[in-house]
Write a protein that binds this ligand. Structure first.
Ligand code: HEM
Length: 300
């Protein structure tokens, strides 16, 4: 099995930085692989830092149509009967740097952007952080039902023998919260929005968990099996604006649109996730994080 990018699974890092970049117009395609290869220089990846590299669909097809997995397509905007949807903000390259402090992570983000400059220009960046004990800024623990580390590769990685084996499909959504509106809800209502208790993240029983609860919308079963994804989202914020950089990995790109359709009222039952009343998706993109083995081959 090709070696996966270890940063997808690395735990315990409290500082994060997300970058999206676009290919510069007219760049010689022969320059792209070697430019990406510069990201593996030790000065970029040393110091207890993790770097995850993911390619947008256009770039992945340009670089290696043979190794590009089926189903890698640009993010398709999600409409919503209630007017709240998920607009697309697709770019060519996504980098996730995470480490033990904002200084190391920012240094690495600047180095990486500089190393890529001959072929890529920066489109968006978002510093982010672990909030308290792994909570979203709504105050709820985010990640309780994530697969544990020893099971996460099975959920996140394309299995051996398929195009893109050892790589992972990535969904990135920039959410902006309305914490003022969420904060005035009584605790019981907040818990009904998520479907779990706030302090200790215990799932509400069926009598208390409404069908509009977030976890009631995103738990999807197919042939008796739960369709899982591996979430690595982190909050960001200033006094003026707070939100969540939603990041999820999956072996199967079809799980993301299924969950989003159920959140935004587009599935057969038409139910809308109540969480979408308190957070706005400002832009989303789809990427593929190739295995380390595939990235090294690209670089040479
Ligand atoms: C601002 C946006 C979001 C926030 C604040 C949020 C927050 C949460 C929280 C607090 C939980 C419960 C604890 C846990 O199991 O992690 C949860 C669960 C989950 N969320 Fe989200 N989420 C957001 C967006 C999304 C999106 C866009 C998706 C899918 C595309 C998603 C998929 C899931 C899944 C699969 C679970 C686990 C459900 C379970 O197995 O019980 N979430 N989320």
């Amino acid at each position: 099995m090709p070696v996966a990018q270890p940063g997808i699974f690395a735990q315990g890092t409290r500082s994060h930085h997300y970058l999206q970049l676009d290919l510069r117009p007219g760049v010689d395609p022969g320059l792209i692989g070697p430019t990406l290869g510069r990201l593996h220089q030790p000065d970029v990846t040393s110091g207890g830092l993790n770097l995850v590299i993911a390619l947008g669909p256009a770039l992945a097809h340009l670089l290696g149509p043979g190794g590009t997995p089926d189903g890698l397509v640009p993010f398709a905007p999600v409409g919503s009967p209630a007017g709240r949807g998920v607009p697309a903000d697709q770019h060519d390259l996504w980098l996730w740097l995470h480490g033990t402090g904002p200084d190391t992570v920012l240094d690495a983000a600047r180095l990486a952007t500089g190393a890529l400059a001959p072929a890529f220009e920066l489109a968006t960046e978002q510093p982010a952080f672990s909030y308290r004990d792994g909570r979203d800024m709504t105050g709820f623990v985010d990640g309780t039902e994530n697969p544990p580390v020893d099971e996460a590769p099975d959920v996140a990685l394309v299995p051996e023998g398929r195009p893109g084996a050892g790589g992972s499909f990535v969904l990135v959504i920039h959410f902006v919260h309305d914490l003022a509106a969420f904060g005035v809800l009584p605790l019981e209502d907040q818990e009904a929005v998520i479907g779990r208790t706030r302090v200790d993240s215990v799932e509400l029983d069926d009598a208390r968990k409404p069908p509009t609860a977030h976890i009631a919308r995103v738990v999807v079963e197919e042939n008796g099996e739960e369709l899982e994804i591996y979430r690595r989202s982190t909050p960001y914020g200033t006094v003026g604006v707070q939100g969540l950089e939603f990041v999820a990995f999956s072996a199967d790109p079809g799980r993301f649109p299924t969950m989003l359709a159920r959140m935004y009222g587009l599935s057969d039952d038409g139910i809308i996730d109540r969480l979408t009343e308190f957070t706005t998706a400002e832009g989303a993109a789809s990427y593929f994080a190739p295995s380390l083995t595939a990235l090294r081959a690209l670089a040479s």
